[in-house]
Design a protein around this ligand. Structure first.
Ligand code: WTA
Length: 638
C-alpha cells in the first residue's frame, strides 16, 4: 500500500502544514477517509482547551486492529508483520506474517473473552519484549479492552499503584523476561504487587524463561493452556468489537511534577490516524521496509512506532528483546545486517553508550540497507548526532530527531527524512497539524525567530491526550491551565533564525534519564520512605551517557558515619523497591539541611547549580532561611 498523504517535497510539506493549521478538521478528515471504518464519523473535530474537551471523528465506529491487521490480509498476508530477535543471539529468531499475527491476535482475543474480559475493562500488561506482548496489546484492542502496559523495570509497588489507579482486574504477564545477562522474574513481581490488589480477577502467564512461579488457584492461568482451550473449542476468527472513535484505546502511566504518575489516556481513532500519518511521513515509509525501533513497548515510543504506527501502515516491525551492549556492543549492527534494516529509530542514550565502544563493533558489518536514522526521547548532543550520521548512516542517511511525548501520542516536531532539512541537535519543524508557539513566563507568546521560551501547542492534533485516567481535573491543571488556550508541554525550546526548533529540556521538575521520564517528586517520595531519611531533594545534572543523572541531597538521621556507602546502598535499595532500578540516584550527598526560603520552599535552583558543578554562580541566597547551609553543601559536592 502506498499512501497518498505521504509528503514528498518541501513544497508539499509547506502546503500540508498550511492547510492543516487553517482547517484541521478538514485536513485530518481527508486522511482519515483512507482508513477502514465500520461507520464514517459525523463531526471531524470538536474542541476547547478550557475544559479541556477534544473529540476527533465523532460518531465514527472502527476497530484499530482491523486497520492494523485485517485490511492488510488482501495483499500482505504473507509479509512479515513482526520480526523478533531474541535477547540471546544463539536462540532462533521468529517471524510472524500479517496472517499469522492476525490469527494469534484473534486466538488470544478469544482467550481474553473466555477469561471474562469485556469492552472497557482495564488490562495491565507486564511482559518482556516478545511477540506475545504485541499480540496481547492488539488482542485487548480487538475486544475493546483498555490496555495499560507497564515497563518491565518497574517495581511491585509501582505496579500496584497503577493497578489501583486504573482498577485493572486483568493482568497479562510472563514467568520472566531476559534482558542482557539478567533474568527478570516478572510473575514474582506481579505476585508481590497483587498482595494489596484483591480486585484482580485473572492473571494470564506466558512461558518465556521457565523460571519457577507460583500459580494461584482460580486466579492464575497459563497462556498456553488457554490457547489450547480455544483450539479445542474450534474458535478462530474473532469479530472485532466496534469502538467509538473516542473510546479509550489505552492508558499509559507517566511521571509528572507530582509524586503520583498520571494515566495518560489515548482514544482509538485519533491515535490510530496520527501514529500512522507520522510513521509514513517522518520515516518516509516505503513498502517492504524493515523498521527497527529499539524502544520497549512499555513506553509510548514502543506503542506508537513498534506496534500501532508500523502495523497500521503494513510495514515490517522488528522487535528486539535484548539490550544494545549484550553480549557485546555490536548487537544493533548485527541485527541491522541480519535483517537488512531500513529504518533505525533509537535513543540518544543508546548512541552515546555505543559511541563509547568506538567503531570496532561496527567494522565488518554491512549497514548499507539503512536509509533513515531516527532519535527520540531526549535532546541529542551534536557530538552524538555527528557520530550517528557518520559511522552508522555513512553520511547517506538523513537523521530525524523526533520530539514528542507520551501525552502527544505521536511525533510533533521532526524533519521528514530526506524531504525537509535536518539540522544537528534540532528537532526542526512541526508536523502538519501541529502549531507550536513559545511563551514567556507570563504566558505571552514570543514572536519572531532567534528566541527561546516554553513550548506550547496551539490547536489539537488527533492523538493529543484526552484525559488523565480517573481525574480529568489533573489533566486540565497539568497541561491546559498554565497558559490559557494552549497545551503546555513542560519543555523549553529555542527557535533559530529559520524557524527551526531545538528542544532544550524540561522546565518542570521532571528528569529525563536515559530517555526515561522520571519526576523528582516521585524519587523524593521513594527516598523519604527509607527509615533514616528525614528529608530529600532531587535534581538532575548533566551525565555523559544518560543525558541527565539523578543527584539526591539527603538529610539523614540514622547512624552512618562509619558506613556511609552502606547507607547509600540501603537507600538505593529502597528506591528500587518503591519505583524500580531506573529511578536510582546516581549520586547521594548527605547534608545537614536543605536550602529553603523563609516560607519553607526548597530552593532547587541552588541545588541544581551545585549538582551541575556551577559552584561560583549560585545566584542570590539572601532570601534563604539559613544561607550557611549552601556553603556546607558546596563543600560536600560529589
Ligand atoms: C523529551 C518520549 C529533545 C522531552 C517520546 C519530552 C525530547 C519528554 C525529544 C517526553 C527530542 C522527547 N529532543 N527532547 N527529540 N523527544 N524528548 O513521555 O523532554 O517518555 O517532554 O515520550 O522527552 O518523554 P516521554
Amino acid at each position: 500500500m502506498s499512501y497518498s498523504y505521504q509528503i514528498k517535497t518541501q513544497a508539499e510539506y509547506d502546503a500540508a502544514w498550511k492547510k492543516s493549521t487553517e482547517n484541521p478538521g478538514q485536513f485530518w478528515a481527508e486522511i482519515a477517509a483512507q482508513f477502514y471504518w465500520r461507520k464514517k464519523w459525523d463531526i471531524a473535530l470538536d474542541w476547547n482547551f478550557a475544559e479541556p474537551h477534544v473529540r476527533w471523528f465523532l460518531g465514527g465506529k472502527l476497530n484499530i486492529t482491523e486497520n492494523c491487521l485485517d485490511r492488510h490480509l488482501a495483499d500482505k498476508a504473507n509479509q512479515p508483520a513482526i520480526i523478533w530477535e531474541p535477547n540471546n543471539p544463539e536462540e532462533a529468531h521468529r517471524v510472524l506474517t500479517y496472517k499469522q499475527l492476525h490469527d494469534k491476535v484473534c486466538q488470544f482475543a478469544h482467550v481474553l473473552r473466555n477469561n471474562g474480559v469485556k469492552k472497557g475493562d482495564r488490562v495491565c500488561i507486564y511482559m518482556g519484549m516478545i511477540p506475545e506482548l504485541a499480540v496481547a496489546v492488539l488482542a485487548c484492542a480487538r475486544v475493546g479492552a483498555i490496555h495499560s502496559v507497564i515497563f518491565g523495570g518497574f517495581s511491585a509497588q509501582s505496579i500496584a499503584d497503577r493497578l489501583i489507579d486504573a482498577q485493572a482486574e486483568f493482568i497479562i504477564t510472563c514467568d520472566g523476561a531476559y534482558r542482557g545477562a539478567k533474568d527478570i522474574p516478572l510473575k514474582g513481581v506481579i505476585d508481590d504487587a497483587l498482595i494489596g490488589c484483591r480486585f484482580v480477577k485473572k492473571v494470564i502467564v506466558f512461558t518465556r524463561t521457565r523460571t519457577p512461579v507460583s500459580m494461584i488457584k482460580g486466579r492464575d492461568v497459563w497462556w498456553e493452556d488457554e490457547i489450547r482451550k480455544v483450539e479445542t473449542q474450534g474458535l478462530h476468527e474473532f469479530e472485532a468489537e466496534e469502538m467509538n472513535s473516542e473510546d479509550p484505546l489505552f492508558i499509559l502511566y507517566t511521571s509528572g511534577s507530582t509524586g503520583k504518575p498520571k494515566g495518560v489516556v489515548h482514544a482509538c481513532a485519533g491515535y490510530m490516524i496520527y501514529t500512522n500519518y507520522t510513521f509514513v511521513n517522518v520515516f518516509q515509509y516505503k513498502p517492504g521496509d524493515v523498521h527497527f525501533c529499539t524502544a520497549d513497548v512499555g513506553w509510548i515510543t514502543g506503542h506508537s512506532y513498534i506496534v500501532y504506527g508500523p502495523l497500521s501502515a503494513g510495514a515490517t516491525s522488528l522487535m528486539f528483546e535484548g539490550v544494545p551492549t549484550w553480549p557485546d556492543a555490536g548487537r544493533f549492527w548485527e541485527i541491522v545486517e541480519k535483517y537488512k534494516v531500513n529504518v533505525l529509530y533509537t535513543a540518544p542514550t543508546a548512541i552515546r553508550s555505543l559511541m563509547g565502544f568506538g567503531t570496532g563493533p561496527i567494522e565488518g558489518r554491512d549497514l548499507s540497507s539503512l536509509r533513515v536514522l531516527g532519535t527520540v526521547g531526549e535532546p541529542i548532543n551534536e557530538e552524538a548526532w555527528q557520530w550517528y550520521f557518520k559511522h552508522i548512516g555513512k553520511e547517506k542517511c538523513p537523521i530525524v530527531d523526533t520530539w514528542w511525548q507520551t501525552e502527544t501520542g505521536g511525533i510533533l516536531i521532526s524533519n521528514l527524512a530526506g524531504v525537509t532539512p535536518a539540522k544537528a541537535a534540532f528537532a526542526t519543524l512541526p508536523l502538519p497539524g501541529v502549531d507550536p508557539v513559545l511563551v514567556d513566563e507570563n504566558g505571552k507568546i514570543i514572536e519572531g525567530n532567534n528566541v527561546s521560551g516554553n513550548l506550547c501547542i496551539r490547536q489539537p492534533w488527533p492523538s493529543i491526550i484526552r484525559t488523565t485516567w480517573g481525574d480529568h481535573e489533573r489533566c486540565r491543571v497539568n497541561y491546559f491551565a498554565t497558559y490559557p488556550n494552549l497545551y503546555f508541554t513542560g519543555d523549553g525550546a529555542l527557535r533559530d533564525e529559520n524557524g527551526m526548533y531545538r528542544i532544550t529540556g524540561r522546565v518542570d521538575d521532571v528528569l529525563n534519564v536515559s530517555g526515561h521520564r522520571i519526576g523528582t517528586a516521585e524519587v523524593e517520595n521513594a527516598l523519604n520512605m527509607h527509615a533514616g531519611v528525614v528529608e530529600s531533594a532531587v535534581v538532575g545534572y548533566p551525565h555523559d551517557i544518560k543525558g541527565q543523572g539523578i543527584y539526591a541531597y539527603i538529610v539523614y538521621t540514622g547512624e552512618h558515619e562509619t558506613e556511609e556507602n552502606l547507607t547509600r546502598q540501603d537507600i538505593l535499595q529502597t528506591v528500587t523497591r518503591v519505583i524500580g532500578a531506573i529511578a536510582k540516584p546516581d549520586k547521594i550527598q548527605f547534608v545537614s539541611g536543605l536550602p529553603k526560603t523563609r516560607s519553607g520552599k526548597i530552593m532547587r535552583r541552588i541545588l541544581r547549580k551545585i549538582a551541575e558543578g556551577e559552584l561560583e554562580n549560585i545566584g542570590d541566597t539572601s532570601t534563604l532561611l539559613d544561607p550557611a547551609v549552601v556553603e556546607e553543601i558546596k563543600n560536600g559536592k560529589l
